[in-house]
Design a protein around this ligand. Structure first.
Ligand SMILES: C[S@@+](CC[C@H](N)C(=O)[O-])C[C@H]1O[C@@H](n2cnc3c(N)ncnc32)[C@H](O)[C@@H]1O
Length: 408
């Protein structure tokens, strides 16, 4: 800013060639720069004015400026309003009448905005309008600028917390009880004072953690109020707390063991998350993690289902197969790796199908679902048929099991 409190902007434009041969003949190509940004933009004229369609023209730059400025303005007002925007893409259009000595008459911005959580539509429209009122470029232009947004709202946690979602976690707990118990017995200290089940769902994994670790006190933590209420019914002898695990500090500090099964798969940046969880433990405390490395199957219905599940989880910036992201995890200086390996666990094909069928019932209508309702129903029916069959094949889960110790 200068002494008169103005922002100043510089841009350079460069052309060379010859106009000697008249209007028809000269090259419209030129180069633009916005110092100090090092990249230059190759520019041209609109093909209607003998430019090249290979390069952007000045009319498009104005349009792009309006689109980009609305994007930045919206992200800023949304962030200030604590609305979690996950994606923004604009397919903008400008109109210029053919008459001479006019300019752009109308700019139409059509952003598709993805937000996490059930934010009311009226609130989102109000934020877009506020961003438009604050947009520097729209405020600089004489032509009309309109914004016609569409919104996609995604629930914060893909697999939900309905009764059905809780039901699928019963089956999951049953199927993977043996490898999970083995990890806890191998990794947890003897008779820990305080054990935490991070992302406890309706409490089945918390119960298993309490039993396998013999902890004197076991507390399950989950962001879902519904899951925590269900957990209090499933394991009334244990404690449960509602807390978002992407936030530290935890409501309980200095645990000597924390366990998280299939939770990092639903959170962006699993490595950063695991690192921050380690800092919440007592010095020398143990963090036990279980995440899917991959699910080995050649059954086409499963292959199809898994591709969809990946898309739905990825729409929240997370990764269904979080195991590979943790394969080379080095938590130094906040901790060290005691074990990081993959255990194989074969699951009977009808059981795996039942698990997947329950999952699909939970998130089949998710806004991030790329399939039409009829195709989801067909996949659902195929999974139900496999679940009811006596197919002898197996699907093998490759489970990454990690034991970390927090720094002393
Ligand atoms: C696949 S379930 C696993 C439940 C349990 N660990 C088990 O093995 O049965 C994932 C759990 O993580 C919880 N979760 C997802 N995001 C969370 C967050 N940010 N903070 C706390 N819990 C979260 C969900 O509510 C859900 O209960």
């Amino acid at each position: 800013m200068d002494q008169h409190e103005h922002h100043r902007y510089r841009a350079r434009c460069h052309w060379d060639g010859s106009t000697a041969a008249g209007y028809e003949a000269y090259d419209r190509g030129h180069r633009g720069e916005c110092p100090p940004a090092p990249a230059s933009v190759q520019l041209s004229a609109d093909p209607a004015f003998r430019g090249s369609p290979e390069h952007p023209n000045p009319e498009q730059l104005v349009l792009l400026a309006a689109s980009s400025c609305q994007l930045l303005s919206f992200l800023a007002v949304a962030a200030r309003a604590r609305v979690d925007v996950r994606g923004y893409s604009d397919d903008a259009e400008a109109v210029m009448p053919q008459a001479p000595r006019t300019g752009l008459s109308h700019i139409r911005l059509r952003p598709r905005i993805v937000v996490a959580g059930d934010v009311p539509l009226e609130r989102l429209h109000a934020l877009v309008e506020q961003a438009h009122q604050e947009c520097y470029i729209a405020n600089s232009l004489r032509c009309e600028v309109s914004v016609q947004p569409t919104f996609v709202r995604i629930p914060a946690y893909a697999f939900g917390d309905s009764g059905l979602a809780a039901g699928r976690l019963v089956l999951l707990a049953d199927v993977f009880d043996t490898p999970s118990r083995a990890l806890i017995t191998d990794g947890a200290p003897r008779v820990p004072r305080l054990a935490l089940d991070l992302g406890c769902g309706p409490g089945h994994s918390t119960r298993m953690l309490a039993g396998a670790s013999q902890a004197r006190r076991t507390v399950g933590i989950d962001a879902s109020v519904a899951h925590v209420e269900a957990a209090r019914g499933v394991a009334p002898e244990l404690e449960f707390v509602v807390h978002d695990l992407t936030l530290t500090p935890f409501p309980l500090e200095n645990a000597d063991v924390a366990y998280a099964r299939w939770v990092l798969a639903h959170l962006p940046d699993p490595v950063g998350r695991a690192r921050s969880w380690l800092t919440q433990l007592a010095p020398g405390g143990v963090l036990l993690l279980e995440e899917t490395e991959r699910i080995e199957t050649t059954e086409p219905v499963f292959v199809r289902y898994l591709a969809l599940a990946r898309d739905v989880v990825a729409a929240r910036g997370a990764s269904l197969e979080a195991g590979p992201l943790l394969a080379a995890f080095d938590p130094a200086p906040v901790g060290e790796v005691m074990r990081n390996s993959v255990r194989q666990w074969p699951v009977a094909l009808p059981t795996a199908a039942a698990l997947f069928a329950l999952n699909l019932r939970v998130w089949g209508t998710d806004p991030a679902m790329p399939l039409a309702a009829d195709d989801v129903a067909a996949l659902q029916a195929a999974l139900d048929r496999l679940a009811a069959s006596d197919d002898r094949r197996v699907a093998t889960w490759h489970i990454r099991q990690i034991i970390l110790r927090s720094a002393m």
